[in-house]
Design a protein around this ligand. Structure first.
Ligand SMILES: Nc1ncnc2c1ncn2[C@@H]1O[C@H](COP(=O)(O)OP(=O)(O)O)[C@@H](O)[C@H]1O
Ligand SMILES: [Mg+2]
Length: 419
Protein backbone atom coordinates (compact mmCIF):
# COMPACT_ATOMS: atom_id res chain seq x y z
CA UNK A 1 0.00 0.00 0.00
CA UNK A 2 1.37 3.43 -0.82
CA UNK A 3 1.97 6.27 1.60
CA UNK A 4 -1.15 8.33 0.90
CA UNK A 5 -3.41 5.27 0.97
CA UNK A 6 -2.03 4.28 4.39
CA UNK A 7 -2.63 7.83 5.65
CA UNK A 8 -6.21 7.74 4.46
CA UNK A 9 -6.94 4.32 5.90
CA UNK A 10 -5.36 4.96 9.31
CA UNK A 11 -6.26 8.64 9.66
CA UNK A 12 -2.66 9.76 9.71
CA UNK A 13 -2.56 13.51 9.16
CA UNK A 14 0.49 15.42 7.98
CA UNK A 15 2.57 15.64 4.86
CA UNK A 16 5.92 16.93 6.09
CA UNK A 17 9.00 15.24 4.69
CA UNK A 18 10.05 14.03 8.13
CA UNK A 19 6.68 12.42 8.85
CA UNK A 20 6.55 10.86 5.40
CA UNK A 21 10.02 9.43 5.91
CA UNK A 22 9.05 7.84 9.23
CA UNK A 23 5.84 6.48 7.75
CA UNK A 24 7.55 4.96 4.69
CA UNK A 25 10.00 3.14 6.96
CA UNK A 26 7.10 1.84 9.06
CA UNK A 27 5.29 0.58 5.95
CA UNK A 28 8.41 -1.09 4.59
CA UNK A 29 9.21 -2.88 7.85
CA UNK A 30 5.61 -3.87 8.63
CA UNK A 31 5.74 -6.89 6.37
CA UNK A 32 8.67 -8.44 8.25
CA UNK A 33 9.15 -9.81 11.76
CA UNK A 34 11.94 -7.36 12.52
CA UNK A 35 12.01 -5.61 15.88
CA UNK A 36 11.23 -1.90 15.59
CA UNK A 37 12.29 0.88 17.93
CA UNK A 38 10.12 3.99 17.67
CA UNK A 39 11.68 7.12 19.09
CA UNK A 40 9.94 10.41 19.64
CA UNK A 41 8.62 12.80 22.25
CA UNK A 42 5.39 12.25 24.09
CA UNK A 43 2.31 12.64 21.88
CA UNK A 44 4.00 12.43 18.47
CA UNK A 45 2.16 9.25 17.46
CA UNK A 46 4.36 6.37 18.58
CA UNK A 47 1.42 4.20 19.60
CA UNK A 48 -0.45 5.06 16.40
CA UNK A 49 2.59 3.91 14.42
CA UNK A 50 2.90 0.67 16.38
CA UNK A 51 -0.73 -0.25 15.66
CA UNK A 52 -0.32 0.62 12.02
CA UNK A 53 2.75 -1.63 11.72
CA UNK A 54 0.79 -4.49 13.28
CA UNK A 55 -2.20 -3.86 11.02
CA UNK A 56 -0.03 -3.89 7.92
CA UNK A 57 1.78 -7.09 8.98
CA UNK A 58 0.89 -10.73 8.34
CA UNK A 59 0.05 -10.88 12.08
CA UNK A 60 -2.89 -8.51 11.71
CA UNK A 61 -5.48 -11.21 12.53
CA UNK A 62 -3.68 -12.08 15.77
CA UNK A 63 -3.51 -10.05 18.99
CA UNK A 64 -1.87 -6.70 19.50
CA UNK A 65 -1.21 -5.50 23.03
CA UNK A 66 0.30 -2.24 24.29
CA UNK A 67 2.21 -2.37 27.56
CA UNK A 68 3.55 0.71 29.28
CA UNK A 69 6.72 -0.39 31.05
CA UNK A 70 6.74 2.75 33.20
CA UNK A 71 3.24 2.06 34.51
CA UNK A 72 3.75 -1.49 35.77
CA UNK A 73 5.43 -1.86 39.21
CA UNK A 74 8.88 -3.46 39.01
CA UNK A 75 7.67 -6.28 41.26
CA UNK A 76 4.97 -7.50 38.88
CA UNK A 77 6.30 -6.77 35.40
CA UNK A 78 8.02 -10.15 34.97
CA UNK A 79 4.89 -11.96 35.97
CA UNK A 80 2.77 -9.80 33.63
CA UNK A 81 5.05 -10.42 30.67
CA UNK A 82 6.14 -14.02 31.22
CA UNK A 83 3.54 -15.40 33.64
CA UNK A 84 4.12 -17.28 36.92
CA UNK A 85 3.60 -20.65 38.54
CA UNK A 86 1.32 -21.28 41.46
CA UNK A 87 3.20 -20.39 44.67
CA UNK A 88 5.97 -18.53 42.83
CA UNK A 89 5.65 -15.66 45.28
CA UNK A 90 3.36 -14.63 48.15
CA UNK A 91 -0.10 -14.13 46.71
CA UNK A 92 0.51 -16.31 43.64
CA UNK A 93 -2.40 -18.59 44.48
CA UNK A 94 -2.84 -19.71 40.89
CA UNK A 95 -0.66 -20.11 37.87
CA UNK A 96 -0.93 -17.32 35.35
CA UNK A 97 -0.03 -16.98 31.69
CA UNK A 98 1.93 -13.87 30.72
CA UNK A 99 1.51 -11.75 27.59
CA UNK A 100 4.26 -13.64 25.76
CA UNK A 101 2.04 -16.70 26.00
CA UNK A 102 -1.36 -15.11 25.40
CA UNK A 103 -0.27 -12.94 22.50
CA UNK A 104 1.63 -15.77 20.80
CA UNK A 105 1.54 -15.09 17.05
CA UNK A 106 0.77 -11.42 17.55
CA UNK A 107 2.57 -8.16 18.36
CA UNK A 108 3.56 -6.67 21.73
CA UNK A 109 4.11 -2.92 21.92
CA UNK A 110 6.52 -2.10 24.76
CA UNK A 111 6.02 1.60 25.45
CA UNK A 112 8.62 3.55 27.49
CA UNK A 113 10.95 0.59 27.21
CA UNK A 114 13.73 2.68 28.81
CA UNK A 115 11.95 2.27 32.16
CA UNK A 116 12.08 -1.52 32.08
CA UNK A 117 13.91 -3.06 35.10
CA UNK A 118 17.32 -4.59 34.34
CA UNK A 119 16.30 -8.19 35.11
CA UNK A 120 13.29 -7.92 32.80
CA UNK A 121 15.62 -6.56 30.12
CA UNK A 122 17.68 -9.75 30.37
CA UNK A 123 14.55 -11.93 29.91
CA UNK A 124 13.40 -9.79 27.00
CA UNK A 125 16.76 -10.15 25.29
CA UNK A 126 16.44 -13.92 25.52
CA UNK A 127 12.97 -13.85 23.90
CA UNK A 128 14.25 -11.62 21.13
CA UNK A 129 17.23 -13.87 20.43
CA UNK A 130 15.63 -17.28 20.37
CA UNK A 131 11.95 -16.93 21.28
CA UNK A 132 12.50 -18.54 24.69
CA UNK A 133 11.16 -17.49 28.08
CA UNK A 134 10.50 -18.93 31.52
CA UNK A 135 7.52 -18.25 33.79
CA UNK A 136 8.36 -16.77 37.19
CA UNK A 137 8.93 -19.64 39.62
CA UNK A 138 9.36 -22.23 36.87
CA UNK A 139 12.38 -23.86 35.30
CA UNK A 140 10.62 -24.98 32.15
CA UNK A 141 11.66 -23.13 29.00
CA UNK A 142 8.73 -22.12 26.79
CA UNK A 143 8.67 -20.97 23.18
CA UNK A 144 6.80 -17.99 21.77
CA UNK A 145 6.48 -16.20 18.45
CA UNK A 146 5.87 -12.57 19.25
CA UNK A 147 6.89 -9.52 17.32
CA UNK A 148 8.22 -6.66 19.45
CA UNK A 149 7.72 -3.00 18.72
CA UNK A 150 9.36 -0.86 21.39
CA UNK A 151 9.04 2.88 21.95
CA UNK A 152 10.92 5.45 23.95
CA UNK A 153 10.73 9.19 24.54
CA UNK A 154 14.19 9.30 26.10
CA UNK A 155 17.51 8.67 24.41
CA UNK A 156 18.29 5.03 25.18
CA UNK A 157 22.00 5.67 24.59
CA UNK A 158 21.96 7.96 27.64
CA UNK A 159 20.30 5.16 29.63
CA UNK A 160 23.04 2.79 28.44
CA UNK A 161 25.71 5.25 29.62
CA UNK A 162 23.99 5.49 32.99
CA UNK A 163 24.01 1.65 33.13
CA UNK A 164 20.21 1.64 33.35
CA UNK A 165 19.77 -0.04 30.02
CA UNK A 166 21.59 -3.07 28.64
CA UNK A 167 23.74 -2.19 25.68
CA UNK A 168 23.16 -5.56 23.97
CA UNK A 169 19.39 -5.09 24.28
CA UNK A 170 19.69 -1.58 22.89
CA UNK A 171 21.39 -2.88 19.74
CA UNK A 172 18.94 -5.77 19.47
CA UNK A 173 15.93 -3.43 19.71
CA UNK A 174 17.16 -0.78 17.33
CA UNK A 175 17.45 -3.06 14.31
CA UNK A 176 15.01 -0.74 12.58
CA UNK A 177 14.82 2.66 14.27
CA UNK A 178 11.98 5.01 13.40
CA UNK A 179 12.13 8.61 14.53
CA UNK A 180 8.85 10.51 14.69
CA UNK A 181 9.66 14.22 14.79
CA UNK A 182 7.97 16.58 17.27
CA UNK A 183 5.47 19.09 15.88
CA UNK A 184 7.94 21.96 16.20
CA UNK A 185 10.14 20.20 13.64
CA UNK A 186 7.25 19.96 11.17
CA UNK A 187 5.25 23.19 11.51
CA UNK A 188 3.62 22.61 8.13
CA UNK A 189 1.63 19.74 9.70
CA UNK A 190 0.24 21.82 12.56
CA UNK A 191 -2.51 23.69 10.72
CA UNK A 192 -3.76 20.62 8.84
CA UNK A 193 -3.92 18.69 12.09
CA UNK A 194 -5.81 21.58 13.67
CA UNK A 195 -8.33 21.61 10.82
CA UNK A 196 -8.80 17.86 10.97
CA UNK A 197 -9.40 17.84 14.74
CA UNK A 198 -11.73 20.86 14.44
CA UNK A 199 -13.81 18.98 11.84
CA UNK A 200 -13.87 15.80 13.95
CA UNK A 201 -15.09 17.67 17.01
CA UNK A 202 -17.69 19.63 15.05
CA UNK A 203 -19.01 16.34 13.71
CA UNK A 204 -19.00 14.73 17.14
CA UNK A 205 -20.96 17.56 18.78
CA UNK A 206 -22.92 18.46 15.68
CA UNK A 207 -21.78 22.08 15.87
CA UNK A 208 -20.08 24.47 13.40
CA UNK A 209 -16.33 24.02 12.88
CA UNK A 210 -13.96 26.46 14.57
CA UNK A 211 -11.47 28.37 12.41
CA UNK A 212 -8.34 30.37 13.20
CA UNK A 213 -7.78 33.91 11.96
CA UNK A 214 -4.38 34.79 10.47
CA UNK A 215 -2.80 35.97 13.71
CA UNK A 216 -4.06 32.97 15.64
CA UNK A 217 -2.54 30.72 12.96
CA UNK A 218 0.82 32.38 13.46
CA UNK A 219 0.64 31.73 17.21
CA UNK A 220 -0.39 28.10 16.69
CA UNK A 221 2.44 27.51 14.22
CA UNK A 222 5.05 29.12 16.44
CA UNK A 223 4.13 27.50 19.71
CA UNK A 224 6.63 24.85 20.88
CA UNK A 225 3.99 22.09 21.48
CA UNK A 226 5.77 20.10 24.21
CA UNK A 227 2.83 17.65 24.25
CA UNK A 228 2.76 17.45 20.46
CA UNK A 229 -0.32 16.03 18.69
CA UNK A 230 -1.98 14.95 21.94
CA UNK A 231 -1.72 18.53 23.21
CA UNK A 232 -2.92 20.00 19.91
CA UNK A 233 -5.99 17.78 20.03
CA UNK A 234 -6.75 18.99 23.57
CA UNK A 235 -6.34 22.61 22.54
CA UNK A 236 -8.80 22.21 19.65
CA UNK A 237 -11.29 20.54 21.97
CA UNK A 238 -10.92 23.30 24.57
CA UNK A 239 -11.38 26.05 21.97
CA UNK A 240 -14.40 24.32 20.44
CA UNK A 241 -16.11 24.13 23.81
CA UNK A 242 -15.03 27.40 25.43
CA UNK A 243 -15.20 29.91 22.59
CA UNK A 244 -18.58 31.46 21.75
CA UNK A 245 -17.20 32.64 18.46
CA UNK A 246 -16.35 30.11 15.76
CA UNK A 247 -13.59 32.35 14.37
CA UNK A 248 -10.75 32.18 16.87
CA UNK A 249 -8.68 35.37 17.11
CA UNK A 250 -5.19 35.59 18.63
CA UNK A 251 -6.64 37.35 21.67
CA UNK A 252 -9.24 34.64 22.22
CA UNK A 253 -6.61 31.95 21.76
CA UNK A 254 -4.34 33.52 24.39
CA UNK A 255 -7.28 33.93 26.73
CA UNK A 256 -8.25 30.25 26.52
CA UNK A 257 -4.75 28.76 26.07
CA UNK A 258 -2.28 31.19 27.73
CA UNK A 259 0.67 28.82 27.13
CA UNK A 260 0.34 29.41 23.40
CA UNK A 261 2.64 32.43 23.77
CA UNK A 262 5.62 30.17 24.50
CA UNK A 263 7.31 30.43 21.18
CA UNK A 264 9.34 27.77 19.51
CA UNK A 265 12.67 29.56 19.46
CA UNK A 266 15.83 28.18 17.86
CA UNK A 267 17.29 25.52 20.13
CA UNK A 268 20.36 27.55 21.05
CA UNK A 269 18.14 30.18 22.62
CA UNK A 270 15.56 27.86 24.00
CA UNK A 271 17.06 27.04 27.37
CA UNK A 272 13.56 27.21 28.80
CA UNK A 273 14.68 29.23 31.78
CA UNK A 274 11.99 31.24 33.48
CA UNK A 275 13.83 34.37 32.41
CA UNK A 276 13.68 33.47 28.72
CA UNK A 277 9.98 32.69 28.88
CA UNK A 278 9.46 36.04 30.52
CA UNK A 279 11.24 37.74 27.66
CA UNK A 280 9.00 36.02 25.16
CA UNK A 281 5.91 37.01 27.09
CA UNK A 282 7.11 40.58 27.20
CA UNK A 283 7.76 40.67 23.46
CA UNK A 284 4.30 39.32 22.79
CA UNK A 285 2.68 41.75 25.16
CA UNK A 286 4.63 44.53 23.52
CA UNK A 287 3.46 43.50 20.05
CA UNK A 288 -0.16 43.28 21.10
CA UNK A 289 0.00 46.59 22.93
CA UNK A 290 1.57 48.17 19.87
CA UNK A 291 -1.20 46.84 17.68
CA UNK A 292 -3.77 48.31 20.06
CA UNK A 293 -1.93 51.65 20.09
CA UNK A 294 -1.92 51.77 16.31
CA UNK A 295 -5.63 51.19 16.05
CA UNK A 296 -6.26 53.80 18.73
CA UNK A 297 -4.03 56.22 16.84
CA UNK A 298 -5.95 55.53 13.65
CA UNK A 299 -9.22 56.32 15.38
CA UNK A 300 -7.76 59.47 16.88
CA UNK A 301 -6.41 60.53 13.51
CA UNK A 302 -9.74 60.15 11.76
CA UNK A 303 -11.54 61.88 14.61
CA UNK A 304 -9.14 64.81 14.39
CA UNK A 305 -9.61 64.95 10.63
CA UNK A 306 -13.38 65.06 10.94
CA UNK A 307 -13.54 67.28 14.04
CA UNK A 308 -11.42 69.89 12.27
CA UNK A 309 -13.00 69.40 8.91
CA UNK A 310 -9.62 68.80 7.33
CA UNK A 311 -9.26 68.07 3.67
CA UNK A 312 -8.02 64.47 3.47
CA UNK A 313 -8.05 62.78 0.08
CA UNK A 314 -9.83 59.48 0.24
CA UNK A 315 -7.42 56.59 0.60
CA UNK A 316 -9.66 54.73 -1.85
CA UNK A 317 -8.57 57.05 -4.65
CA UNK A 318 -5.01 55.86 -4.33
CA UNK A 319 -4.05 53.18 -6.79
CA UNK A 320 -2.85 50.49 -4.39
CA UNK A 321 -2.44 47.89 -7.11
CA UNK A 322 -0.17 50.13 -9.09
CA UNK A 323 1.89 50.57 -5.95
CA UNK A 324 2.20 46.88 -5.33
CA UNK A 325 3.06 45.80 -8.87
CA UNK A 326 6.62 45.21 -9.81
CA UNK A 327 7.28 48.50 -11.47
CA UNK A 328 10.59 49.51 -12.97
CA UNK A 329 12.47 51.39 -10.27
CA UNK A 330 12.15 54.85 -11.88
CA UNK A 331 8.46 54.50 -12.40
CA UNK A 332 8.13 53.24 -8.86
CA UNK A 333 9.73 56.39 -7.52
CA UNK A 334 7.34 58.53 -9.56
CA UNK A 335 4.45 56.63 -8.09
CA UNK A 336 5.89 57.05 -4.64
CA UNK A 337 6.07 60.81 -5.09
CA UNK A 338 2.53 60.83 -6.35
CA UNK A 339 1.47 58.78 -3.35
CA UNK A 340 3.20 61.13 -0.94
CA UNK A 341 1.55 64.14 -2.53
CA UNK A 342 -1.87 62.58 -2.33
CA UNK A 343 -1.36 61.80 1.32
CA UNK A 344 -0.47 65.31 2.35
CA UNK A 345 -3.19 66.51 4.61
CA UNK A 346 -4.22 69.99 3.71
CA UNK A 347 -4.03 71.79 7.04
CA UNK A 348 -5.02 75.44 6.78
CA UNK A 349 -2.07 77.51 7.92
CA UNK A 350 -2.06 79.47 11.15
CA UNK A 351 -4.85 77.53 12.67
CA UNK A 352 -4.93 75.38 15.79
CA UNK A 353 -6.03 71.77 15.73
CA UNK A 354 -8.66 70.51 18.13
CA UNK A 355 -8.21 67.05 19.61
CA UNK A 356 -11.66 65.56 20.20
CA UNK A 357 -12.62 65.12 23.81
CA UNK A 358 -13.28 61.39 23.65
CA UNK A 359 -9.57 60.61 23.63
CA UNK A 360 -8.42 62.62 26.62
CA UNK A 361 -9.90 63.74 29.88
CA UNK A 362 -9.39 67.36 29.03
CA UNK A 363 -9.83 69.03 25.75
CA UNK A 364 -6.51 70.43 24.67
CA UNK A 365 -5.40 72.25 21.58
CA UNK A 366 -2.31 71.73 19.54
CA UNK A 367 -0.79 74.88 18.18
CA UNK A 368 0.50 74.58 14.66
CA UNK A 369 0.96 78.20 13.69
CA UNK A 370 4.19 78.71 11.82
CA UNK A 371 5.55 75.18 12.31
CA UNK A 372 4.95 74.31 8.68
CA UNK A 373 6.99 77.28 7.55
CA UNK A 374 9.78 76.42 9.94
CA UNK A 375 9.93 72.87 8.65
CA UNK A 376 10.10 74.06 5.08
CA UNK A 377 12.82 76.49 5.99
CA UNK A 378 14.80 73.75 7.70
CA UNK A 379 14.39 71.42 4.74
CA UNK A 380 15.56 74.15 2.41
CA UNK A 381 18.64 74.76 4.51
CA UNK A 382 19.42 71.04 4.64
CA UNK A 383 19.21 70.80 0.86
CA UNK A 384 21.50 73.77 0.36
CA UNK A 385 23.93 72.31 2.88
CA UNK A 386 23.94 68.90 1.21
CA UNK A 387 24.47 70.37 -2.23
CA UNK A 388 27.37 72.45 -0.98
CA UNK A 389 28.91 69.46 0.71
CA UNK A 390 28.80 67.50 -2.53
CA UNK A 391 29.87 70.39 -4.73
CA UNK A 392 26.47 70.68 -6.33
CA UNK A 393 26.30 67.01 -7.29
CA UNK A 394 22.61 66.19 -7.02
CA UNK A 395 22.93 62.43 -6.98
CA UNK A 396 25.31 62.45 -4.02
CA UNK A 397 23.30 65.12 -2.21
CA UNK A 398 20.04 63.19 -2.65
CA UNK A 399 21.71 60.05 -1.33
CA UNK A 400 22.98 61.92 1.69
CA UNK A 401 19.53 63.37 2.35
CA UNK A 402 17.92 59.97 1.99
CA UNK A 403 15.59 61.00 -0.84
CA UNK A 404 15.41 60.09 -4.51
CA UNK A 405 17.06 62.29 -7.09
CA UNK A 406 13.62 63.07 -8.44
CA UNK A 407 12.35 64.24 -5.09
CA UNK A 408 15.38 66.45 -4.70
CA UNK A 409 14.77 67.87 -8.17
CA UNK A 410 11.17 68.64 -7.29
CA UNK A 411 12.19 70.30 -4.03
CA UNK A 412 14.78 72.42 -5.84
CA UNK A 413 12.05 73.73 -8.10
CA UNK A 414 9.65 74.18 -5.26
CA UNK A 415 12.07 76.16 -3.11
CA UNK A 416 13.51 77.88 -6.14
CA UNK A 417 17.01 76.82 -5.18
CA UNK A 418 19.23 77.48 -8.15
CA UNK A 419 22.58 75.84 -7.98
N1 LIG B 1 -0.23 11.72 12.31
C1 LIG B 1 -1.30 11.78 13.10
N2 LIG B 1 -2.48 12.22 12.59
C2 LIG B 1 -3.56 12.32 13.39
N3 LIG B 1 -3.59 12.03 14.68
C3 LIG B 1 -2.44 11.59 15.25
C4 LIG B 1 -1.25 11.43 14.49
N4 LIG B 1 -0.29 10.99 15.32
C5 LIG B 1 -0.83 10.88 16.52
N5 LIG B 1 -2.15 11.22 16.51
C6 LIG B 1 -3.03 11.29 17.68
O1 LIG B 1 -2.31 11.97 18.70
C7 LIG B 1 -2.52 11.38 19.97
C8 LIG B 1 -1.21 10.92 20.54
O2 LIG B 1 -0.69 9.83 19.78
P1 LIG B 1 0.10 8.60 20.45
O3 LIG B 1 0.34 7.59 19.40
O4 LIG B 1 -0.59 8.14 21.68
O5 LIG B 1 1.45 9.35 20.85
P2 LIG B 1 2.69 8.80 21.70
O6 LIG B 1 2.49 7.31 21.85
O7 LIG B 1 3.88 9.16 20.89
O8 LIG B 1 2.66 9.52 23.01
C9 LIG B 1 -3.52 10.26 19.73
O9 LIG B 1 -4.80 10.77 20.00
C10 LIG B 1 -3.37 9.94 18.26
O10 LIG B 1 -4.57 9.44 17.73
MG1 LIG C 1 2.20 6.90 24.15
Amino acid sequence: MDLQAVKRRYNIIGNSEKLNHALSTAIRVANTDLTVLIQGESGVGKEVFSKLIHQLSPRKHNDFIAINCAAIPAGTINSELFGHEKGAFTGATNERRGYFETVNGGTIFLDEVGEMPLDTQAYLLRVLENGEFIRVGSSKVKKTDVRIIAATNVDLKDKVKEKKFREDLYYRLSTVPIYIPPLRERPEDIIILFKKFARDIAEKYNSPTIKLDDEAQILIRNYNWPGNIRELKNVVEKLSVLSDDRLITAEKLIEIVPDIRNRNLPVSFDKNSAEKINDRDLIYKFLFDMKKDISELKTLFYDIVSANDLDLPSIRNIDHDAMKDHLPINDFENKLDEFENKLEVNIPKERSIVVPKTHENENYEVEILDDNLNLEEMEKQMIVKALKKHNGKRRAAAKDLGVSERTLYRKLNEYKIGL
